[in-house]
Design a binder for this molecule. Structure first.
Ligand code: G4F
Length: 322
């Protein structure tokens, strides 16, 4: 019999890649979607015939119990969150409700309805925050720098706690930044690739950015969902850092993206102090040795290829619209 999986956040970047992966492995995939006026399902439109969408909301415990009863999952992937760091200063309580307490509600529903299901929690490298050691691995101390990071740290620890308290098969993947042509346009890589393509096509003249010196470990989302799945196939539940081990600055993303289009980024990028965050995470770079060793996981797509692929995808998409 085919395995059954329930994915929260199925309409997001990671949810769409994970749904594709699980469907290709013969899973029956259920995706939790919220009833909202501006529902955006375009990332999973091509999966409409194979995915089962279930109504539910991380803010509503009863709806999660119902979703579990309908999906009767063997595996649950909690990818839903308020995931944009700047918004977490504007809506700190809502961020905590979704990102922190939402994970607790889902774990409670799982405990109630499907206690034998395996559970994946999307932890974030933002929980490392103000880092004192590099690279960061599973033993690095946490110091989140935003309400988002704090909420993700709560969700991380509640998952560990439920594993220890109730013996659940629950894993946290501490994922470093991961991008793709499906990335939301508010995140810096996609903002850059999209705007660079618009400039190339004469649709825009400048690109306003905040901190150009921030450094991150950027990988490809398609590689990272493979790691999520691998974690739930292991004999015992553990937490893993998923990262490329390479660090690049926002400035370098600009260089590569504009270069792909034959443009000089310095002629178009404008610093905007309003986009600088109240507290910044200056640098993050992960050590995924444990995942490489125990999961046999490694990233397939490097930084240059990732950014260039994103630029080409944006150029294709925008060219098709004019
Ligand atoms: O792309 P970002 O918004 O991603 P951030 O804050 O690192 O968070 C992302 O990755 C996390 C994993 O570590 C996830 F948990 C989280 O949900 C999200 O997916 O910003 C990256 C860097 C920051 O240092 C920011 O200050 O880019 C800098 N930046 C400079 N100018 C900008 C901009 N970021 C955005 N979004 N927009 C700018 O104009």
């Amino acid at each position: 019999m085919s395995k059954r999986a329930l994915i929260t956040g199925v309409s997001g970047q990671d949810g769409s890649y994970l749904a594709e992966l699980l469907l290709s492995q013969g899973y029956q995939v259920f995706g939790l979607v919220r009833r909202s006026s501006n529902e955006r399902l375009e990332r999973i439109a091509h999966l409409a015939d194979s995915l089962v969408l279930v109504r539910g909301d991380l803010l509503d415990h009863t709806s999660l119990v119902r979703a579990m009863e309908e999906a009767r999952p063997d595996e649950v992937y909690n990818l839903a969150a308020q995931s944009f760091v700047p918004t977490s200063w504007q809506e700190p309580v809502l961020t905590a409700e979704f990102t922190a307490l939402g994970a607790t509600r889902l774990l409670e529903a799982l405990r109630q309805v499907a206690p034998r299901a395996r559970f994946y929690q999307a932890s974030s490298s933002e929980i490392f925050g103000k880092v004192r050691v590099s690279p960061q691995d599973e033993r690095t101390p946490f110091w989140p720098r935003s309400p988002y990071g704090v909420a993700k740290l709560y969700a991380h620890w509640i998952t560990v706690n439920y594993r220890e308290s109730y013996g659940l098969f629950a894993c946290c993947g501490i994922l470093f930044n991961h991008e793709s042509p499906r990335r939301g346009v508010e995140f810096v890589t996609r903002k850059i690739t999209r705007e660079a393509a618009r400039i190339r096509l004469g649709l825009a003249r400048e690109l306003r950015l905040g901190n150009l010196e921030a450094r991150r470990d950027w990988g490809f989302a398609g590689d990272y969902v493979r790691a999520m799945w691998l974690m739930l196939q292991q004999p015992s539940p553990e937490d893993y850092v998923i990262a490329t081990g390479e660090m690049h600055s926002v400035r370098e993303v600009c260089e590569v993206a504009f270069d792909e289009l034959g443009l000089d980024w310095r002629e178009h990028v404008v610093h905007d102090a309003k986009l600088v965050r109240p507290a910044e995470v200056d640098l993050l770079v992960g050590d995924a040795s444990k995942a490489r060793r125990d999961l046999g996981w490694k990233p397939e797509v490097g930084f240059q290829q990732l950014i260039r692929d994103m630029v080409r995808a944006d150029l294709r998409d925008l060219s098709g619209r004019i």
